[in-house]
Write a protein that binds this ligand. Sequence first.
Ligand code: GAP
Length: 453
Amino acid sequence: MTEKTSLNDMQKLVSLSKRRGFVFQSSEIYGGINACWDYGPLGVELKHNIKSAWWNAMTRRPDIDGIDAAILMHPQVWKSSGHVDGFTDPLVDCKKCKARFRTDNEIYSKEKKCPSCGSTDLSEPRNFNLMFKTFMGPLEDAASVVYLRPETAQGIYVNYQNVQVTARRKIPFGIAQIGKAFRNEITPGNFIFRTREFEQMEMQYFVKPGTDEKWMSDWKERRMQWYLDHGFKKQNLQYHQHGEGELAHYAKAAFDIQYKFPFGWQELEGIHNRTDFDLGRHQQASKKNLEYFEEATKEKFIPYIIETSAGCDRSLLACMCDAYAEEVTQDEETKKEEVRVIMRFHPKLAPVKVAFLPLSKKEELSKPTQKLQEEFVEDMVTQYDESSSIGKRYRRQDEIGTPLCVTMDFESLNDKKVTVRHRDSMKQDRVDMSQLKEYIQKKLKNFNSEAGV
Ligand code: GAP
């Protein structure tokens, strides 16, 4: 068996996603809406598994609590945070063809002409705010403008004292949140990489000033390890430190964890030292004292914040790119050479854990196979499939990344054993039905990304 290739063409992933039910274009029957995507039955399971893995890694620590804040917040939040004035991209309008583009567009920045029609009759660059606006209540006037949050972080900052007091936390402690964020991106694209509606998984860690650099380096390591622990390949991950010109308006220092997508190295997650910028600004504007009182030293201070900010959709895209492989192999049934597409998901993230496949559709086999499946449905996501040849059904499960397939044949009725087929090695084991659950749980738990399942 020879490994043919990993993912080199995003289009392959886009079409697999649609064919198998991971991701669909939003409002497709109306021609779709730009940069909005819907998750199908397998996509939503994969996304849920990513979110649970992140949530557990954060909140099963003794020093982090979770919250779920509203998407709509008091508009003053976004003035204080600097987003109303500073969350902008400079844009240029073409007076001839009406195209609108960013000033970092390759053609414009080199030749000062419209990238669409080539005209040089262009407006001066103007700052365009990326926040979506809407109106609260029946009046559509300036006083009722509210924003769809462009980051979940601010919902944590305005609740920092509520959590600290009610959960009786001492610094250092953290608050985690998963939720939707919205940005009116000028150049969305690359499938679900940059969209206008997306989900973030953010954790804000509140520390004593002076300890911030130590915590920054701690969280930087931990977040990288999280991706490695969930099967991401080491060679596809790297850090990128932000230079002076790249830093966001709130950050003293920032590192990105980057992933090597088929379209190049790109940000997967940001780890930021936001200092006391956000709490300081909220204290000033709200006139509420947001200082922390340290009992041991009798000191009062505004905590510094180390933020880990990951994109859920972007992690899902990276996870799919990383898992995708094509192999030239022999069909297990016909022995013909063919290319098999496999999604080598870590079993914790795989949308379906086990598929139950009777060798024949006959009731003699289909009934006991379904009965066997019933023993698993409460513990894990399973599938049952009796259509087409067994070779084709294995391929279908490979393509959606199911780690194990359980096949019942006529011999099973006598020896009470089933065949367990492994996604990565294609190895088959004959397992006693009474031992099957234990066997499967062990295989899923002992997964090793080098050897696979
Ligand atoms: N609270 C800090 C913050 O929002 P960011 O670097 O702007 O920082 C954090 O965003 C993460 O959110 C990014 O690393 C990315 O994974 C995700 N993200 C940001 N904009 C996105 C977009 N338009 N589409 C999909 N994911 C996005």
